[in-house]
Design a protein around this ligand. Structure first.
Ligand code: G6P
Length: 611
């Protein structure tokens, strides 16, 4: 939700800022803007639309300077037009800032400032911050003091980067609820919402925590403080992944690249974590809380979007193998409804980004209630990872496509490892543990096999690209896969799609079925196979068109339905890792055929750091 980049050094800042923004475009792409300090004066350019539109604008009016900030926006307050694009300024253009987050008390602040004569030019909450600092700075305070005093007045969330002609050789940043990382180069500094924007320049970073600010200058380096002016010593951390992993590597879209990376990412999630001889799994990140994890009498999983669907699969597997009650809840509901959490319960927060505002708030709520909270997170060093006492990284590498793909299969893989870890400490036999671990070892090969369905999926996509509604049905472990398949289609091709447990169809969705309603069944051979065949018959009887994801060698369904897409089989609880692959590809090809922007679907953002 909005991306921020900043630079201070000796180089030309504009190319660094614009290239950094391109890496953050997944965070929002409603408008973009850049500001540079030039001879003590601040020059701003902004444009509605994607970063390419800003680039075009700046080409016509080149900018120079060695200190600057830039922003890509996902609109919250105020329509996504040029006026509302960041950076925003105070009355005279002396205080210029970019913001990620929401100022909740902006209305009250705006009224107070308007009474003092401030004129607002935009509908954004962000502009209020610039005017508030300006107002406070009119008093005796120096600029840094005014900056800190203003932050104390703000309610809500912010990641902020600011430059000012009052103190032109400095970059001011602050964080509360929206991520910010400072990159440390050779006599130059970078600021960004996430490290992918600066990794081309440096791997040494400092993560700001909530309530911290930093003042960065070439003379004094980076000084981190609380908003109350206490200096904080920060640890410099090193980023280990490389740039190649966040580039397209010859694929036409990040999403396709990420779908095809899955044999590797599933393997990476298990690397060093399987103990085949003992039939055990080892999750090092859980060591500090392992006893509590194993002894918890109840587990609550909380997440949003795709991560929530992975959580539903986690529920099924943990209940089946660990015989523990599990609840899965949308983080946005969990945080507001005063859930019943005992202090021996385990709460698992699943999040690709580790920054989703609702999931983070759920983590904090569960911690307040005394539960043991673990994160199941992809982005290393993200807020959820840092705020949980133990956790498991899924190691999927940077996921750029807004529609989550490889993170989902890695989340399910990590949940399987956790399930085995807990189950083996309870009733699961060593023999069963060994069989599962053996199967996990060959799972990446099966993912590779599953990807071979691409040509068939493309044929299906060509056939159905003009349909406007889809139904996705599955049972058991394949029910959350139906939800996730439908979500993928909605997200990137804007086709209305619903996922249902197949047997629920007769309680409503069956009324929708006619010759224009394609129904995607996930019908791999498992304990519900015969039942799902009956559901397929029910659809066929009403002339619905059936596409079925089936187990390799299933001749029966091949004769029954219009299109089958065969994939390998595995243990039922691991099947979603394979079943989802054709559905990811289907959404992808449909979107491409319909001319949609696959990696940056309208209205969505990869990382949702607002409620
Ligand atoms: C956004 C993304 C989804 C993602 C969800 C949860 O809506 O577009 O792809 O599943 O947030 O994100 P998280 O980073 O917490 O997994």
């Amino acid at each position: 939700m909005c991306g921020i980049v900043g630079y201070i050094g000796k180089r030309d800042a504009y190319p660094i800022l614009i290239n950094g923004l391109k890496r953050l475009e997944y965070r929002g792409y409603d408008s973009a803007g850049v500001a540079l300090t030039i001879n003590g004066h601040i020059d701003i350019q902004k444009q509605v639309g994607k970063i390419a539109a800003l680039e075009e604008l700046v080409e016509g009016k080149p900018m120079q300077g060695t200190v600057g900030i830039a922003h890509t926006r996902w609109a919250t307050h105020g329509e996504p037009n040029q006026r509302n694009a960041h950076p925003h300024t105070d009355s005279n253009g002396d205080i210029v800032l970019v913001h990620n987050g929401i100022v909740e008390n902006y209305d009250a602040l705006r009224t107070m400032l308007a009474e003092k004569g401030h004129v607002f030019r935009t509908e954004t909450d962000t502009e209020t911050i610039a005017h508030l600092i300006e107002e406070i700075h009119k008093t005796e305070l120096n600029f840094e003091e005014a900056f800190r005093a203003a932050l104390q007045e703000l309610e809500g969330t912010y990641g902020l980067a600011l430059i000012t002609s009052h103190d032109p050789g400095k970059l001011f940043v602050a964080r509360k609820g929206s991520p910010l990382v400072i990159g440390i180069g050779e006599n130059e500094y970078f600021v960004a919402s996430d490290a992918s924007a600066i990794i081309a320049h440096t791997r040494d970073v400092v993560y700001l925590e909530d309530g911290e600010i930093a003042i960065i200058s070439l003379e004094s380096g980076h000084v981190t403080k609380t908003i109350m002016n206490e200096v904080i010593e920060k640890k410099i951390e090193r980023i280990t992944y490389d740039l190649e992993r966040i580039e397209k590597a010859g694929y036409s879209h990040f999403m396709l690249k990420e779908i095809y990376e899955q044999p590797r990412t599933v393997a990476d999630c298990m690397r060093g974590r399987l103990l085949p001889e003992e039939g055990l799994t080892h999750l090092g990140g859980l060591t500090p809380i392992k006893d509590k994890v194993i002894r918890a009498p109840k587990i609550i999983i909380t997440a949003c979007g795709t991560s929530y669907h992975a959580g539903l699969i986690g529920e099924y597997m943990i209940e089946e193998y660990c015989r523990l009650p599990v609840e899965v809840e949308y983080a946005s509901e969990f945080r507001y409804r005063d859930p019943i959490i005992e202090n021996d319960h385990l709460v698992i927060a699943i999040s690709q980004s580790g920054e989703t505002a609702d999931t983070l708030a759920a983590v904090r709520e569960a911690k307040r209630k005394g539960a043991t909270v673990m994160g199941l997170v992809n982005v290393v060093g993200s807020t959820i990872a840092r705020e949980t006492p133990g956790g498991t990284y899924i190691h999927a590498g940077p996921e750029i496509g807004v529609a989550s793909t490889k993170a989902f299969t890695s989340q399910v893989t990590a949940l399987a490892l956790l399930t085995v870890m807990i189950a083996r400490s309870k009733t699961m036999s060593a023999e069963m543990g060994r069989r599962i671990v053996q199967e996990l070892k060959i799972l990446p090969q099966k993912v590779e096999e599953a990807l071979k369905c691409d040509a068939q999926v493309q044929q299906v996509a060509r056939e159905f690209k003009d349909n406007t509604n889809f139904l996705y049905l599955g049972r058991g472990y394949n029910y959350p896969v139906a939800l996730e398949g439908a979500l993928k289609l909605k997200e990137i091709s804007y086709i209305h799609a619903e996922g249902y447990p197949a047997a629920e169809m007769k309680h409503g969705p069956i009324a929708l079925i006619d010759k224009d309603m394609p129904v995607v069944f996930i019908a791999t051979r498992d304990s519900t196979y015969e039942k799902i065949i009956s559901n397929i018959e029910e659809v066929r009887a009403r002339k619905g068109r059936v596409i079925a994801v089936v187990s390799e060698g299933d001749e029966k369904l091949k004769d029954m339905v219009e299109f089958t897409i065969p994939i390998p089989t595995t243990f039922n609880f691991l099947q979603p890792i394979l079943s989802i692959i054709p559905l990811q590809l289907l959404a992808y090809h449909m979107a491409v055929l319909r001319g949609c922007n696959v990696d940056q679907p309208r209205n969505l953002a990869k990382s949702v750091t607002v409620e």
